[in-house]
Design a protein around this ligand. Structure first.
Ligand code: C5J
Length: 222
């Protein structure tokens, strides 16, 4: 697969497509649909839906070019043995991680709310990384999955921009990955955090990575 240049801030980035992976973070019902974890925290979950059509178009384009795709899901074991008490003990007890909600137990693996939304369902051959934390590298085998494929560049998408996307980008940056965050493929319950979160990535010459969008990536790979 050839090398392409993706236009981005603060600079264009040359990337080898066979060493590139898209990481689609936590596009789960628990964050994007009413009745899940996001809503129990008091958020308007409809604000995240803007990321769905660009992610869908991106995935179609990347699949057509054979680019490696990885999905992540935030969630915990049913017995909560992998959840820190400090994480669980937040918010009203009836709405905490593990509590019963309209989509099953909140943020618990195997429950309907934990599923990736239908529109962005993973295809065979696309690993799904279950993560107990905000960062996709913490307590997961993501680094092994990426290094087995010789990946050095990540196209990062998903929700929420300033929480799981940012944490993952910071973790990836420290591990030597070149991270391109796709602005339209990410979203936040707080539009101002989304905007600032993206600025933080690309500031200071690209302190954590680069910011681009689905159109610029699709243009580059076509
Ligand atoms: C949050 C996430 N917001 N996926 N998780 O708690 O960003």
């Amino acid at each position: 697969m050839k090398e392409v240049t993706i236009h981005a801030e603060p600079t264009p980035v040359p990337v080898a497509l066979d060493r590139t992976a898209a990481v689609i973070i936590d596009m789960q019902r628990d964050f994007l649909e009413p009745g899940g974890f996001g809503e129990t925290l008091g958020n308007d979950v409809s604000l995240l839906r803007s990321a769905i059509p660009p992610c869908k178009a991106l995935l179609e384009g990347l699949r057509a070019r054979g680019v490696f795709i990885v999905h992540t899901r935030e969630g915990h074991r049913a017995d909560l043995s992998d959840a820190h008490r400090a994480k669980i003990e937040r918010g009203e007890p009836t709405k905490r991680i593990g509590a019963e909600g309209p989509m099953g137990r909140i943020l618990i693996r195997g429950e309907p709310g934990h599923d990736i939304i239908e529109e962005l369902a993973p295809r065979p051959g696309e690993p799904v990384i279950d993560k107990p934390g905000k960062g996709a590298f913490y307590a997961t085998d993501l680094e092994t999955v990426l290094s087995n494929r010789g990946i050095d560049t990540l196209l990062v998408c998903g929700v929420t921009t300033e929480v799981c996307v940012h944490t993952t980008v910071r973790e990836a940056n420290d591990r030597g990955y070149r991270c391109l965050v796709l602005s339209d493929c990410c979203a936040s319950y707080f539009p101002e955090f989304h905007a600032i979160g993206l600025k933080m990535v690309a500031a200071q010459g690209g302190i954590f990575g680069w910011v681009t969008d689905s159109k610029r990536v699709l243009d580059a790979i076509r």
